[in-house]
Design a protein around this ligand. Structure first.
Ligand SMILES: *Cc1c(COP(=O)(O)O)cnc(C)c1O
Length: 368
């Protein structure tokens, strides 16, 4: 038995779409990128979408489009992929890390206000694992202090807070990397209702030029190709079905793994539509084996797992050298307990049964 932690769902539709683009002769950014942008904006429920070369460049362009730069502070979570915080550094600003909530794994809104200074320009909530942050509280804080909200929705295509999709509360950013809920190979997307941000992002993505070879601002080459966009158009059509499959798999796992001492299944707030980019359990001392021992045993049984993420960003070497300290104890604690197990749409019922059976067996070894 071999079950991978992720499995991109590529079918004949994607293959045909790519072949059609290759035959068309228009390979770089063109009509397919435009079509994907329009369809993605409609899916999220915003006026505009801008496709980029990755989720990381989407974050960077989103920050720069809001005028965030040197001297500014951006409040974010330390419990995320490094790209979230790095994008703030790329923009020349300084990430300020606020600890997470132990159950949701997301930034704790109660702790945001205390981190606001005169330099704070934005809040960047991360909707981790396919969940949604408490956007009611975050938007209220942002309004009160006149802060920009840049949502890192790189793991949450289609997730919602109170039935409103993430990426539509502030300016949203998405990754289209192969392991994400939908893919273009590499790619990213910015979503916004702000026309100025849309126009600025368009400039930044393509060397700061509106008219070819006339450059108004310092821009980049962060374009998506039409080859990638053609894959994305087909993936977006399948996304609701793929997300449903993830939710169904998660439901099976939660039903069959609940009640095991020392194993916590994902907590889902009643206001959250969770799209399970990851299905992440917590293993605490009561389980009898450490998280790393469980990981090893699952690997031996052919079950792919991953730790997202083993070290909070403020404790990474590159950040320590910038003067950051270990001052987010919940993120630190949780980083030693989390374990993501397969939930992707490619799983068969027998895979799910095998995962549950294997974990139950590991637990029983301890009981002996
Ligand atoms: C994947 C991811 C990114 C970066 O996206 P890339 O497409 O890999 O550049 C940023 N933030 C989070 C939370 C992610 O999961």
């Amino acid at each position: 038995m071999k079950i991978n932690i992720a499995s991109p769902q590529i079918g004949k539709e994607e293959i045909k779409a790519v072949t059609d683009v290759l035959k068309s002769g228009m390979l770089a950014q063109g009509p397919k990128v435009k079509e994907l942008e329009e369809k993605f904006a409609k899916f999220i429920g915003v006026k505009y979408a801008i496709a980029t070369s990755s989720g990381t460049t989407a974050l960077q362009v989103a920050l720069l489009s809001h005028g965030i730069g040197p001297g500014d502070e951006v409040i974010t979570s330390p419990f995320t992929f490094i790209a979230s915080a790095n994008s703030i550094l790329y923009a020349g600003a300084r990430p300020v890390f606020v600890d997470i909530d132990e159950n949701s794994f997301n930034i704790n809104p109660e702790k945001i206000a205390k981190a606001i200074t005169k330099k704070t320009k934005a809040i960047m909530p991360i909707h981790l694992y396919g969940s949604a942050c408490d956007m009611t509280k975050i938007i209220a804080i942002a309004k009160k202090h006149k802060l920009v909200v840049i949502e890192d929705a790189c793991q949450s295509h289609g997730a919602a807070w109170k039935d409103k999709k993430v990426g539509s509360f502030g300016t949203g950013t998405f990754s289209l990397y192969p392991t994400k809920n939908m893919t273009t190979g590499e790619g990213g997307m910015i979503t916004t209702n702000d026309k100025d941000v849309y126009e600025k992002a368009n400039l930044l993505r393509a060397h700061g030029s509106k008219v070819k070879y006339y450059h108004d601002i310092l821009g980049y080459n962060f374009r998506m190709t039409d080859i990638a966009a053609a894959i994305g158009i087909e993936q977006l059509k399948k996304l609701p079905k793929l997300n449903k499959a993830r939710q169904k798999n998660a439901g099976y796992l939660s039903k069959n793994l609940s009640g095991i001492a020392g194993l916590f299944t994902p907590y889902i707030d009643k206001n959250v539509t969770h799209v399970f980019h990851q299905y992440t359990i917590r293993i605490t001392s009561e389980f009898g084996f450490s998280r790393d021992e469980v990981l090893k045993k699952l690997t031996e049984a052919g079950i792919g797992t991953a730790v997202f993420y083993p070290l909070p960003i403020n404790e990474q070497k590159v950040y320590r050298e910038l003067g950051y300290k270990s001052d987010t104890p919940i993120a630190k604690k949780v980083s030693n307990e989390v374990l993501s197990i397969p939930v992707h749409p490619g799983l068969k019922e027998r895979d799910l049964r095998y995962i549950v059976r294997t974990i139950s067996k590991i637990k029983m070894q301890n009981a002996k």
